[in-house]
Design a protein around this ligand. Sequence first.
Ligand code: TYD
Length: 130
Amino acid sequence: MNYKLIDMKIFGDERGKLVSLESMKNVPFEIKRVYYIFDTLPNQARGMHAHKDMEQIIIAIDGACQFILDDGKNREKIWLNRPDVGLYIGKNMWREMHNFSYGCKLMVLASDYYDESEYIRNYDDFLKSI
Ligand code: TYD
């Protein structure tokens, strides 16, 4: 399975906490794009795609959601629910996001610019592609 959970260092003191994300340091690729997802709903799934050539790190800055990760052979479910844990997803991994908590905010760091032609949005096409 081409994914891993990365514990990010927290700089915390009496003022609060801070996490820093840096290309080729705690983020294992050059960051070309950042986007975030908010105003999600518990009964609305997202994702349902794979990337042919994109790496990402996803962080639940606030709230929680459940990821289904699938490499075509194995399927695993994990909860993302900490602002100091990054979910790294490599290439050719089918991902689904379910069970968003109200107010969940996901921040995504991506290794490349948005390119719809690089998405695989049909699960059967994904299985054929790997
Ligand atoms: P979509 O891929 O459906 O989001 P998710 O994977 O979270 O379910 O993207 C929603 C819309 O936003 C879709 O029209 C494509 C657009 N979009 C961009 O224009 N740029 C981006 O960087 C991303 C991630 C999506």
